[in-house]
Design a protein around this ligand. Structure first.
Ligand code: PMT
Length: 400
């Protein structure tokens, strides 16, 4: 799948830079053309001569050549690429990319790049776990960049933990999968709900939940990449979308989500309801900030919200596919089966807060898919993107 693809390989100053040699060999062997862009620190770890020999292209590092004044155009490079891969990506380069600090050829090329960008971080475990790095990676994700999570293992510091750059073979597999993507949702319209809902109490407070939107946004990205026209109804989340095939409608409350979903559903071939919708809202919304001094003890009266899934289930026409989620803490399977029937769903995705790394906020999830034929397919813990692919595989089967 990589035959003829133009790949910019960005290399930064990490001990994992030696793996770039294997990466180039693997990419070239699969027919890709590789152009290396390296940071000054990267050159301390691996020589341009090695990289130029393996890639059959001079390595680019500076904005211009001191020898003859030749200008290296980061804009042309950005346009030439079918993909940009930054491997290894240090905390420093990730920070510069997240904040637009274009003080070297690699980051300027990144900023000019129209093609999809893959980032394979490599650093010590504490650096990787630091909130700054987490925030910067989250920002890159929100720009639509794909993060190839580092593996766990022994690090250059001899500490053991998460931070080792993923192995070259696996990185090449991720790129191949990307280019191989089947367009098996071409011509289909998919409605997706994602994120939490906020139910207003007064101008400064609301009832909400911990949903980050990551699972629903991953579903939207995967559906769009596989050819669908996607309507994404999103609750309040801090995520971005880059695929032009995704029409995003931002809402705040369950009622707004209900209205937007009901409007989009009749024109859709399928709906995936991943949002964590508040089941209740305050009966009354105060116009002014509620003051403790005035209220003293307070009882909140809540009224039920519309059940979006059940309402779409009742509207569903022949051929439309309706997929729900069940987020459970106890008796997951029986609760999920009951929701599947009650809401007239075609299948339901069960995730449990009891499974480490599953559910709200994290980048991974562990699911089981239950359908009306009574089958249950369990999957191991995977990235939310991979989970989204598994769900979309099942959706495609149902649409057939
Ligand atoms: O956003 P992330 O941080 O990535 O987290 C992902 C997730 C945990 C939110 C997601 O994987 C998930 O489980 N979403 C559904 C959460 C939920 O509200 O489940 P539920 O069991 O309460 O609802 C069952 C189904 O009915 C869901 O499809 C839900 O969208 C839908 N529902 C619920 C209530 C309501 N009023 N209207 C609905 O449509």
């Amino acid at each position: 799948m990589l035959k003829g693809k133009h790949i910019i390989l960005g290399i930064t100053g990490s001990i994992a830079a030696y793996k770039a040699a294997y990466l180039i060999r693997g990419l070239v062997k699969r027919g890709a053309e590789v152009q290396v862009v390296i940071t000054p620190a990267g050159k301390e770890f691996i020589t341009p001569l090695t990289l130029a020999t393996l890639s059959s292209h001079p390595v680019i590092s500076e904005f211009f050549s001191n020898r003859d004044g030749t200008w290296n155009s980061h804009v042309d490079l950005g346009l030439w690429a079918d993909a940009m891969l930054i491997a290894p990506a240090t905390a420093s380069t990730i920070g510069k990319m997240a904040n637009g600090i274009a003080d070297n050829m690699l980051v300027t090329t990144y900023l000019s790049c129209k093609a999809p960008v893959f980032v394979a971080p490599a650093m010590d475990l504490d650096m990787f776990a630091h909130p700054t790095t987490r925030r910067n990676l989250e920002r890159l994700r929100s720009f639509g960049n794909r993060i190839i999570e580092p593996a766990e293992g022994e690090l250059a510091s001899h500490l053991v933990g998460k931070g080792r750059m993923e192995e070259p073979d696996r990185i090449i597999e991720v790129l191949s999968d990307f280019f191989e993507t089947r367009k098996d949702l071409a011509g289909k319209k998919v409605l997706i709900t994602a994120g939490p809902t906020y139910e207003r109490l007064d101008p400064v407070r609301f009832i909400g939940n911990y949903s980050s939107g990551k699972m629903g946004f991953a579903l939207a990205e995967v559906c769009a990449e596989r050819g669908a026209e996607v309507t994404l109804v999103a609750g309040p989340v801090a995520l971005g979308i880059s695929n032009p095939a995704i029409r995003r409608i931002d809402v705040e409350s369950a009622e707004e989500m209900y209205q937007a979903a009901r409007e989009a559903f009749p024109g859709s071939d399928a709906a995936i309801l991943c949002a964590a919708v508040a089941d209740y809202r305050p009966e009354q919304v105060a116009e002014r900030k509620i003051k403790r001094e005035e209220k003293g003890e307070m009882t909140l009266r809540l009224v039920p919200n519309q059940d979006i899934a059940a309402s779409l289930g009742a509207m569903k026409r022949e051929g439309q596919i309706l997929v729900g989620f069940a987020l459970e803490t106890d008796d997951g399977v029986s609760h999920a089966e009951s929701k599947l029937r009650r809401k007239n769903l075609d299948f339901i995705v069960l995730n449990s807060l009891r499974d480490p790394g599953a559910g709200f906020r994290c980048d991974t999830n562990k699911i089981a898919i239950l359908d009306n034929a009574g089958t249950r397919t369990s999957f191991p813990l995977k990235s939310k993107r991979e989970v989204a692919s598994d769900i979309v595989d099942r959706l495609v089967t149902c649409l057939r």
